[in-house]
Ligand binder design. Structure first.
Ligand code: FUC
Length: 807
């Protein structure tokens, strides 16, 4: 967008009441009574949740590094001595004994995650930063004409109401370039604004007024050691009236207009993942000083200039409308959709929201989005709000490369790299192996040991699964410098797996041992139930993917040829995918029964998605087996499990089934007594509780329905899983990225492509499944591929920076 247009768009966004676009606006007609009704704002570092109460307003504050706990040594250093015994038990089929040994000798030292309640043990928990409250002076007169909307196209939350006939508005956003939360309050009556603003935190904090600003500082617990230091500051700028800082609060009296600026920081050190960074208080003071010296319009424009280009990189549109949905509240729309009344814009809103939430919770140079992105009102967040790596953290980033937010994966890549050093120590301690390992739970303090329960905490491919994100980033961007920088991370993970593989006795296949299939358990033919196994299917798929990636990467980088030759041989000896008696894919090395036939994790379908070794066109038999697995598991599940299933069905080319799962993902879930997966009123995904992975996974699933580029040859497939529902038959999407570094825009009508373009960002061969009757032409109209009577795969050479047209 050019400068003039951008400025016009910014002004329109700021000056008019937010247009109620049903694909881009969340709306409430009441203040939020629960955080699952609040409107999230964020810049990847600072988060805020807007409740918009006209009398006692509460804005929940977050800072992404607000972690209790600290670096600890949780490795049981002599665990490796017991490894041969564990393996012996497994090889002899005494899995129960193996699991007992694991529980006794092979878990982490200390309290681990504190059974998911780690706020006060060294593991720590992601915590609320605190609250900004606004207590209005007039507590009695009722309010009317209430509206609270979040406009995803501008990232602004706007609340308006009337009291005694006077219109009040509150406009809030979090600035990417200035790292502040800005809240502007206006009144239609001169001198109409009187309230008291306060900062508070339930524990470990003090609040003081300093030179007219409020400052909150403190230190979090770290199991007896000094923990993370944090600081936040609030400054209020008023026009008219006056303000007084007293009793740890700022009182505003009779102002015409008011701007609150808040910033926060901690002494978390991103470079070495310790809490020895700079003192956060001077940092926060500086940030506030800089921003408060600038006019509101300047701050706002700077933020819009940073946000709009990110958000607009990909836009998705369905042309069908459902009258009335543009004036309904978001929870009302969820309720209608659940009754199967048409609202084609709701999935589009979900797509936009997922991208909005990633922009809000993942900022280059910072920590990755955690289990709740960065929006958490609790001091003991569920599961410590940590980084689970047996699906959850990975799912958070599925949407990034496809929907044009690849640069927002940087925090994830950096995070993975920071796990290498502690993971090397863990690999030595437990497996006496080279390379690095991370198991199931990780935190920003470099926790890589197994979890405290052998039944869930000993999956050993968490780190290797993370490596997929490095390889996929390369596949999407073909950024060789990135690959060179991160190749040692891949290699270290592969070296670990290579070293720990053992030969299983029946076929001589190589398998991981001991491990488990994430959080699921089996029933052995003799009735034994357990989790510990050798060679769970997911581990084998991850090994194949990672070894394959290393082999390919070493070829691209011209390095390590001897090692990868050996690795290729090892890869060929890994236990293969196998179909069981019941026609489903085996989750375990043996065709054992599922202990929980409807289990939320469907880990053995990793080979279908996210990894792409099972595809309908290359492996039809395995494809039939994964369909059967999905049929057996059923369509219900926790929020993220539903989101994964959207992706599975999209990969299977079944858009109707994928849409069915989107319906489930959008099932309304109440904030109190939630049951079953779905969406809270503010569209936060309900596990329940709130977990953001489902939002991100669902968004990735929608992208996957519209465009795919997986499989060995990464053929671009347009509309591979478009639902037959009428609302989806006409639409357009722009800015979807593919493997091989192409960017696709396309529009369709009656379910068929009408027009598409493919931008080649790196040059090289492009392979596309060309729809029947369509041709590809290049920049000067030269024909690259002729139309044919049926859809077929065509390949043509592309030039970097050139857009190719399909029509
Ligand atoms: C995984 C899942 C749980 C939950 C937790 C945070 O381990 O099995 O359902 O999502 O992470």
């Amino acid at each position: 967008m050019n400068h003039v247009l951008l400025t016009a768009a910014i002004l329109a966004a700021g000056l008019t009441a937010s247009a109620q676009k049903p694909d881009a606006v969340l709306r409430f007609n009441e203040p939020a009574a629960h955080y699952q009704e609040s409107l999230p704002l964020g810049n990847g570092t600072i988060g805020a949740m807007i409740t918009g109460h006209p009398v006692r307003d509460r804005i929940m504050l977050n800072e992404i590094s607000m972690w209790s706990g600290g670096v600890q040594d949780a490795d049981s250093d002599t665990a490796y001595r017991i490894l041969p015994r564990i393996r012996e038990s497994l090889l002899a089929g005494r899995n129960k004994e193996a699991q007992q040994l694991l529980q006794q000798y092979f878990i982490c030292k200390g309290e681990g995650s504190g059974h998911g309640n780690g706020a006060n043990v060294p593991y720590g928990a992601y915590q609320a930063f605190g609250d900004l409250t606004l207590q209005w002076k007039d507590t009695l007169s009722p309010w009317t004409h209430y509206r609270r909307v979040l406009n995803l196209e501008t990232a602004v939350a706007r609340t308006s109401w009337q009291r005694k006939g006077v219109v009040y508005t509150q406009e809030a956003w979090v600035s990417i370039p200035d790292n502040i939360l800005a809240v502007r309050i206006t009144s239609a009556r001169k001198g109409g604004i009187s309230f008291t603003a306060a900062l508070s935190r339930k524990e470990h904090a003090t609040v003081q007024a300093n030179k007219g600003a409020l400052e909150i500082t403190g230190q979090l617990p770290n199991g007896g050691q000094p923990g993370l230091r944090f600081a936040g500051a609030l400054q209020v700028k008023t026009t008219g009236g006056r303000q007084v800082a007293e009793n740890g609060a700022i009182r505003v009296e009779n102002a015409d207009e008011c701007l609150l600026l808040f910033s926060a920081a901690t002494d978390y050190n991103m470079n070495d993942y310790t809490q020895n960074g700079a003192d956060p208080l001077p940092l926060v003071r500086q940030t506030l000083q800089r921003s408060s010296a600038r006019a509101y319009a300047q701050l706002f424009q700077a933020q819009q200039r940073a946000y709009l280009p990110l958000f607009n990189r990909s836009r998705f549109r369905l042309d069908a409308t459902a009258p009335g949905t543009d004036t309904l509240s978001t929870p009302a729309r969820l309720a209608r959709y659940y009754e199967r009344r048409p609202d084609p814009q709701l999935p589009v809103l979900y797509y936009n929201y997922g991208r909005y939430l990633l922009i809000g919770s993942s900022r280059p140079g910072g920590l990755p989005a955690n289990l709740q992105g960065l929006w958490a009102p609790e001091y003991q967040t569920p599961w410590n709000g940590d980084y689970h790596i047996n699906i959850n953290l990975q799912m958070n980033y599925w949407l990034a490369p496809v929907t044009g937010l690849q640069d927002l994966s940087e925090p994830l890549h950096h995070y993975i790299r920071n796990l290498v050093a502690p993971g090397q120590k863990t690999a030595k301690a437990y497996y006496n192996a080279p390379g690095w390992v991370a198991h199931v739970i990780t935190n920003p303090w470099g926790f890589t040991s197994p979890g405290e329960g052998a039944d869930w905490g000993s999956t050993l491919t968490g780190g290797a699964w993370l490596c997929e994100h490095i390889w996929e980033h390369y596949r999407f961007t073909r950024d060789t410098a990135f690959l060179r920088q991160y190749y040692p991370v891949l290699k270290g993970s592969a070296e670990f797996l290579e070293a720990i593989l053992i030969e299983e006795p029946q076929h001589g296949w190589l398998v991981t041992a001991p491990s488990n299939s994430p959080e699921h358990s089996y029933i052995m033919p003799d009735g034994t139930r357990g989790s510990t196994v050798m060679g769970p299917t997911i581990d084998m798929q991850i090994c194949r993917e990672l070894f394959g990636a290393c082999i390919e990467a070493s070829r691209i980088l011209g390095t390590d040829t001897a090692w990868t030759r050996k690795l290729a041989h090892t890869r060929s000896r890994l236990a293969p995918n196998r179909v069981g008696q019941a026609g489903d894919l085996n989750e375990w090395l043996h065709d054992w029964k599922d202990n929980e036939p409807k289990h939320r994790h469907i880990s053995h379908l990793y080979g279908l998605h996210p990894y792409d070794e099972i595809t309908p066109w290359n492996t039809p038999e395995l494809t039939a087996a994964v369909r059967e697995t999905l049929r057996q598991r059923g369509d219900d599940g926790t929020g993220w499990s539903l989101a994964w299933k959207v992706n599975f069905w999209a990969r299977l080319g079944d858009g109707d089934h994928a849409l069915e799962l989107i319906h489930k993902l959008l099932r309304p879930v109440p904030p109190v007594n939630p049951r079953g997966g779905g969406s809270y009123p503010n569209l936060f995904c309900a596990h329940p509780p709130f977990q953001i992975d489902g939002n991100f996974g669902g968004t990735a699933g929608i992208a996957e329905m519209l465009l795919q580029s997986h499989g060995d040859t990464a053929v671009i497939r347009m509309l591979p899983a478009l639902p037959t529902e009428s609302g989806w038959q006409k639409g357009a999407v722009k800015g979807l990225h593919t493997r091989g570094a192409f960017v696709v825009d396309m529009s369709w009508d009656k379910g068929a492509i009408t027009h598409a373009s493919i931008l080649s960002t790196k040059g090289g061969a492009c392979r596309v499944l060309l729809p029947a009757g369509k041709q590809v032409s290049g920049a000067k109209g030269n024909i690259m591929a002729q139309p044919g009577p049926a859809a077929r795969i065509v390949e043509f050479a592309t030039l970097k920076g050139v857009k190719y047209t399909i029509r």
